[in-house]
Design a protein around this ligand. Structure first.
Ligand code: SAM
Length: 157
């Protein structure tokens, strides 16, 4: 912990069961090397989905951007106040996108480059190699058009 950071005492978490559906392969083995937020011009990363879920990818290739949810498994989960800069100035956990949170879910809007079987090649991630995968979603509702309609086209009053 850093200066002025505050933790609380918690029972072991037990009331939600998530199913990991794959793992994320990235170039980063250590937190120090990992970007704090992914960039769409960052390195290619692989989302390796458990093949039993491959059919669930049907239609996803129509999207350029997808949202990925992952479990930041190497985080502590008990801080209420954090000092992101390590200078003693603190901010509440819920006002941060820090991996340190009660349920360490990370999200990233990534560029989908291609799908190879049950593996997705993407750019824009910021997680450690081997991070468990929770979910994948298109960046918008499946009923939204891929390209926004031109003004006045296809709109009804
Ligand atoms: N983009 C996500 C978000 O906004 O929800 C995560 C942002 S979080 C600031 C990214 C940082 O989490 C990385 O720089 C790294 O320090 C840390 N991190 C990445 N993968 C992790 C993992 N599997 N377990 C714990 N910490 C991780």
């Amino acid at each position: 912990m850093r200066v002025n950071e505050t933790a609380i005492t918690l029972d072991p978490p037990s009331n939600a069961v998530l199913r990991f559906i794959g793992e994320i392969r990235t170039p980063w083995a250590a937190r120090a090397d990992c970007p704090r937020q992914g960039r769409h011009d960052g390195p290619n990363c692989r989302i390796v989905l458990d093949p039993v879920w491959q059919a669930a990818l049907k239609g996803l290739g129509d999207y350029d951007k997808i949202e990925v949810l992952y479990w930041l498994d190497r985080s502590r989960r008990d801080l209420t106040l954090q000092s992101p800069r390590g200078d003693g100035a603190t901010i509440g956990t819920f006002a941060l996108r820090s991996p340190v949170r009660p349920n360490p879910i990370g999200t990233a809007l990534v560029r989908l480059l291609r799908i190879e079987g049950s593996t997705l090649i993407v750019r824009g991630l910021d997680c450690l190699d081997g991070t468990p995968l929770l979910d994948i979603k298109p960046d918008r509702c499946a009923f939204s058009p891929k390209t926004p309609p031109k003004p006045g086209v296809g709109q009804t009053a």
